[in-house]
Design a protein around this ligand. Sequence first.
Ligand code: AHR
Length: 499
Amino acid sequence: RTARFALDPAFTIGEADPRLFGSFVEHLGRCVYTGVFEPDHPSADAEGLRTDVLELVRELGVTVVRYPGGNFVSGYDWEDSVGPAEERPRRLDLAWRSTESNRFGLSEFIGFVRKIGPRAEPMMALNLGTRGVAEALALQEYANHPSGTARSEQRIAHGDKDPFGIGLWCLGNEMDGPWQTGHKTAGEYGRLAAETARAMRQIDPGLELVACGSSGQGMATFAEWEATVLAETYDLVDHISLHAYYEETDGDRDSFLASAVDMESFIENVVATCDHVGARLKSTKRINLSFDEWNVWYQSRPNPHPVEDWQEAPRLLEDVYTVTDAVVFGSLLIALLRHADRVAVACLAQLVNVIAPIMTEPGGPAWRQTTFHPFAQASAHGRGQVLDVRVDSPTYTTRKYGEADLLHATAVRAEDGSVTVFAVNRSRTEALPLEAALGRTGLTAVLEHSALADADPDAVNSLHDPDRVTPHPVEGTVLRDGTLTAVLEPLSWNMIRLV
Ligand code: AHR
């Protein structure tokens, strides 16, 4: 059966915030050390940043970088990471049972973001696990105040004359999780987040602040957590965070392919909870969503690399992504775009080596994982008005989500009127014919149809075969008399550009 939808420029979801294409650098495994930062690498610049990685980050189209954690941040003393590198203390990182040298710190991070390009923005997470209001204010003053105070002069003495201008802040990380250092109840966290936000706004009312939501829709405290935290913070924060990771379990690939069903319901449930609190408070303000950790992550698989406690930059979470993973990943991107009216920020977790689209070898090359490609395409062409795409699709049966559509799709209309359709065919065996009625869009031609699909759904890119999986052009996609017809290969991520 054919999958169908209609596009009409008058029916939109909302403007896709460029910050939907954010990512995340945590002091975890080799994300920082031998990932973005490796002073001895042949490609390293004067600051020790790997320029081969920087080039790939630019190609990926990353707009926001969240830092420095993650679980790491909840035991982090930011003061350890500034000043002369050789004087910085080595510390235990309780979250990942590693040793943190602090060789890479706040100044190096800001330098990295600036080198990505003028439109990339830092997103700084605060430690609200072991620390609180005073330390958040000290960091804000150090980072953002121009000059003339103890902290700002300290930054200048450390070599950073210009303030860092960090506008986007996370009030802690996953504070609902019992694994989090300094884990709190919703009431305890809500009060701390509110007081931190209030104090930070006394310095700068214009900051954008993210309160911690749940670390997953499956948490026992989900929704109640959001409601309690927002009851304390509603007027003081701009966004609430969501985190979600998906993996194939028990060989149930069909459910895994429909992971975005869960992601969309998570988003919609958080929106409902935010609006419920807003209604209770009789507020006209709307809280938006910061989906600041999302990805495919094989959490239940044992680490294939030998790792000792308190090692520096051990090989942790170095998942190798297949074609199937990239299709699910693309579907998660589609889910985010389909909710662009409320998801204002999203961060792919993470950027390099750790559940990442970019992999590196210490002293060796950097390469693109399969998941690199859907992200790069979506970031390059998913900017503009997201159109309301309601699919009429054949379905298939999944154990976790019941009947799920085989077609998952969204479409984004750029300022020049061109439209890009992103679509996933979830069928593992059947090609999916697609027909889209484009009547009132004024579109007349197919510029490009590219697909990521492979005869081997488990194919991966690796050090020895870094470009085994890349998107390929698809022939035969036509736009005639206002109707787009295409065939989506089995298990495929597709980008169709129309003008
Ligand atoms: O991204 C890996 C970890 O996942 C982060 O440190 C934490 O916030 C989440 O549980």
